[in-house]
Design a protein around this ligand. Structure first.
Ligand SMILES: [Zn+2]
Length: 134
C-alpha cells in the first residue's frame, strides 16, 4: 500500500492523495484525506489534526470570493426577476427567499472553491514567485 503522506522531491503529492474536488466537497486534507481542512464554515484549520500538514502556509487569496459572489449574484438576480415576472410575490417574500439563498450559496460555494484551490495548490506545489539570489 502506498503511503498517503508521501511527497515528491518538489513537495507535490503522489498518487494516493484524495482528489482536489473532495477537499472542497468534503473538507478533507489534501495530503491524508482526513476531514480536517475546515475549522469553520469557510475558515481553514491551522493544520491537519491527522497528519500535521500546515494549512497556514497555503494562500488561496480572495479570488474565489469575488468571482463566486459575482456569479452567484447574477444567478440570484435572474431567479428573482423570473419569480417576480411569473408569480408577482410581495417584496417581503422576495427578501425571505433570496437573502437566505444568497447567504447559503455564498458560504457553500466559497467552501467548495477554497477547498478545491488549496488542494490544487498542495498537489502542484504552487508557491509565490521568488527571485533566486545568484
Ligand atoms: Zn492530513
Amino acid at each position: 500500500m502506498t503511503d498517503p503522506t508521501a511527497e515528491s522531491e518538489r513537495g507535490a503529492v503522489l498518487v494516493s492523495a484524495p482528489r482536489p474536488i473532495d477537499s472542497g466537497l468534503k473538507g478533507v486534507c489534501p495530503r491524508c484525506g482526513a476531514p480536517t481542512l475546515f475549522a469553520g464554515p469557510i475558515r481553514f484549520a491551522d493544520r491537519c489534526r491527522a497528519c500535521g500538514l500546515d494549512f497556514s502556509t497555503f494562500n488561496v487569496g480572495d479570488g474565489p470570493a469575488a468571482f463566486l459572489t459575482l456569479i452567484l449574484g447574477t444567478i440570484v438576480v435572474i431567479l428573482a426577476i423570473t419569480v417576480e415576472l411569473t408569480l408577482h410575490p410581495p417584496l417581503w417574500l422576495h427578501m425571505l427567499i433570496w437573502i437566505p439563498v444568497t447567504l447559503v450559496g455564498v458560504v457553500a460555494s466559497l467552501r467548495l472553491a477554497k477547498g478545491w484551490l488549496i488542494a490544487l495548490e498542495y498537489r502542484n506545489a504552487a508557491r509565490e514567485g521568488r527571485i533566486e539570489p545568484r
